[in-house]
Design a protein. Sequence first.
Length: 194
Amino acid sequence: RISWISNIIVVVSPENIETMKSIIEKYGHRRVMIVKGGVTRHRSIFNGLKVFAENEFSNHLLQKPEVVIIHDAVRPFVEEDILSKVVMAAKEHGAAGAIRPLVSTVIASAADGCLDHSLERARYRASEMPQAFLFDIIYEAYQQCTDYDLDYGTECLQLALKYCKTNAKLVEGTADLWKVTYKRDLYAAESIIK
């Protein structure tokens, strides 16, 4: 649907690969390649990036892009405008990601289950998707990750900062970036699609 995106790599859990293949075939998507996901978010993303650099996941390498966009299927209503904004910011800064204001205060609990402290909500933002990176930066970051990063981390922008000293540009996202997390969210998404 967005002509300036050359390739779409869909990273899918092994048990859903056949379902995804049938969806791609049904809708005639020609720019889509399926890659087997890993056991964690970061391991799955790394598998998707390897399509451009290693022969491990496909019989031919795709041309390495200047910029790669990382997005997740649980945010199905992303608009071209935010994709364009994070790509342009990544070209300038090396990495960029959509953010949203926090709507709830974040607190930390002590070992006894009581309040330890809270964060000043006005200083913090929720990291959202999409995120965009110069390919060489994010691929290098993933190559340097520890097993702990790959197994417990969830923030790609942090990996670019930690391993490549790339301070991501934060791009204000829109309300349509909401995440389908619970069953009620799925019902809301289905009603929007209809």
